[in-house]
Design a protein around this ligand. Structure first.
Ligand code: HEC
Length: 228
């Protein structure tokens, strides 16, 4: 191209000027460079717009990234602090030493009435079990071969505290933790009576419960002999 301009007049070859200088002065690029670097054909203004556009896009992308990072920085959201009262309703484990047994009491007769209402549907009218719940008494002495083992509270469970703990936390199966402590003592008293461990007129409370000797008390290996 033989157009004369400031470069040719100064004895310089426009085609060897740096790309930015060429773009700023609207000096056409050699063909092979045009194909490889099309944006260098843009005028100064267009180039500036383009650069600005890219800058804004980058800034936008960064701000989106920043927003995600910011919300990730707020995390983790583990919910709200638990109240003493909420924690207390879960802190109900009773070990074999009976520590933590609550106040309250119940008799087998009171338990029988509760049982008819809240337990019989699954455990049968008198604890014999059904398709919906296991048998609650009997089977004592069946855990040794050649007998067919019948596992019940009476034949299997080693500690009376377990029965209290289990009924309080898990029964009725469809409404766990719905019983008052008196109702738990009473229904457990009834289950103990079914197993020959209490009689009419006896009262179950945190002291008398600890005196119940479960038939299979010694049927387990105690891993913590110093504890219980
Ligand atoms: C909706 C049915 C249902 C109701 C109602 C129900 N239970 Fe149960 N119960 C079960 C089932 C099922 C199991 C077995 C749970 C397991 O093995 O994990 C069970 C287990 C038990 C056990 C342990 C038995 C064992 O030897 O493993 C006791 C004790 C017990 N229930 C007492 C009660 C008492 C007391 C009530 C009433 C206050 C009651 N249940 C109400 C279904 C029920």
């Amino acid at each position: 191209m033989s157009t004369s301009n400031a470069f040719t007049m100064a004895g310089l070859d426009p085609a060897t000027q740096p790309p930015r200088v060429r773009a700023a002065n609207n000096i056409p690029l050699p063909l092979r460079e045009r194909a490889a670097r099309p944006h260098l054909r843009l005028s100064k203004c267009a180039l500036a717009r383009r650069v600005r556009g890219e800058f804004f896009f980058a800034a936008f992308a960064l701000s989106v990234l920043g927003a995600t990072t910011a919300s990730a920085a707020d995390a983790p959201k583990f919910g709200k602090p638990i109240t003493e009262a909420d924690a207390a309703s879960w802190d109900i484990s009773i070990g074999p030493d009976g520590k933590g047994l609550p106040a309250g009491s119940g008799t087998p007769a009171q338990g029988k009435a509760i049982y008819a209402q809240k337990c019989a549907a699954c455990h049968g009218a008198t604890g014999e079990g059904s398709a919906s719940g296991p048998r609650l008494f009997g089977g004592i002495g069946t855990l040794k071969a050649p007998a067919q083992p019948v596992q019940t509270v009476g034949s299997y469970w080693p500690y009376p505290t377990m029965v209290f703990d289990f009924v309080r936390r898990a029964m009725p199966w469809d409404k766990p933790k719905s019983l008052s402590n008196d109702e738990v003592y009473a229904s457990v008293a009834y289950v103990f009576q079914l197993n020959g461990l209490m009689k009419d007129g006896d009262v179950l409370n945190k002291d008398t419960l600890m005196k119940i000797q479960m038939p299979n008390r010694d049927g387990f290996i105690n891993l913590y002999p110093n504890k219980f």
